[in-house]
Design a protein around this ligand. Structure first.
Ligand SMILES: [Zn+2]
Length: 335
């Protein structure tokens, strides 16, 4: 099913003020009721891994339907008829989640069809990072800008590129995937099947990998970490690693430096290609503050082509955690 050919554009609903939005994340999924003027009216969350089950995608659909019903309890307005959802490897054109390496699903999952069947709503799907970029463009740090890149640094590296006022999706919906640019040829194995992708150096998962490597090599500071715990509980690992870096642990500091420099190199290449006005950052990697951002900015300034003066700004999302993705997902349904 091609949403684009059916609707012609993103704008499909002109006469409603409230929409459902879902942000399917690698660890948590948020379900929300969102107003057209960019307010998250109510929301709830559930653990993604409990409902995104291999070979059983309908389990996720029924949990979303159940939680949407709960959000409507006590809601006085007219119930929404449309749902926008951002998902890792979500494809705007096909309505499927395709070969998502960070989810338990395998192959092509027809998520739009599943959600439409189970909720009775009209559903529009996009890549989660594209949804976040839409949210930033309408309600966040990208407001009024025609060219920017929104980068979410969490379990993976998600990016949504807005170029000349349009989300860059490419011919097949997979355009704009900064996380899978090769930054180290022949480097770390990535879930996408490639080697040396940015995501394997500049995400929370990458930090864990760097620190576990350090523990195995008995690097300085490795005595502070339980490698098995980091591997077993990635959600808990992020705060542990940021706290360790802020406390001066050399292994954690080195992991953030590697991540920041890798991202800075990638931003320099992207600037050569796209000349954006700014990069908008969000996600768990930012918990270490300048321990991550300073090496990023240094490497970006060092490697960006000299004719890009002034350099694109690197700013932090002003929207609440996860709000950009929810607002952007809802905005897929706006007129
Ligand atoms: Zn990759």
């Amino acid at each position: 099913m091609s949403l684009k050919s059916e609707n012609g554009s993103l704008g499909v609903v002109k006469n409603q003020d409230t929409f459902f939005a879902v942000d399917l994340g690698g660890t948590g999924t948020a379900v929300a009721l969102v107003s057209r003027d960019g307010k998250v009216l109510s929301q709830s969350r559930f653990a993604t891994r409990e409902f995104v089950l291999k070979d059983r995608p309908h389990v996720f659909g029924s949990e979303v339907a159940r939680q949407l019903g709960q959000l409507l309890q006590g809601f006085q307005g007219e119930p929404p008829t449309h749902l926008g959802i951002g998902a890792p490897d979500g494809n705007f054109f096909s309505g499927e989640v395709l070969y998502a390496p960070n989810l338990a699903w395998r192959g092509a999952v027809p998520l739009v069809k599943i959600l439409e069947d189970q909720t009775g709503l009209s559903v529009i799907l996009d890549n989660d990072a594209n949804a976040a970029a839409l949210g930033e463009g309408l309600f966040g740090a990208g407001r009024g800008l025609s060219d920017f890149v929104a980068v979410t640094l969490g379990t993976g590296v998600g990016s949504g590129i807005v170029s000349s006022g349009n989300v860059l999706r490419g011919a097949n919906g997979f355009g704009g995937e900064l996380g899978h640019l090769t930054v180290v040829p022949g480097g770390r194995v990535c879930g996408c099947g490639g080697l040396g992708c940015l995501e394997t150096y500049a995400s929370v998962t990458a930090l864990i990998r760097t620190v576990i490597n350090g523990v195995l090599n008995k690097s300085s500071g490795s005595g502070d970490f339980d490698a098995a715990l980091l591997e077993r509980d990635p959600e808990a690992a992020g705060p542990i690693l940021s706290a360790s870096a802020l406390a001066g642990n050399p292994l954690a500091l080195g992991a953030y430096r590697l991540a920041g420099e890798s991202l800075g190199n990638a931003f320099a290449q992207l600037t050569t290609l796209l000349a954006p006005e700014c990069f908008i950052l969000s996600g768990g990697m930012l918990a270490a503050g300048d321990l991550f951002l300073a090496p990023l900015r240094e490497r970006f300034a060092l490697n960006a082509a000299r004719f890009h003066k002034p350099l694109p700004r690197i700013v932090l999302s002003g929207l609440g955690s996860g709000d950009a993705a929810l607002l952007g997902a809802a905005s897929l349904c706006f007129s």
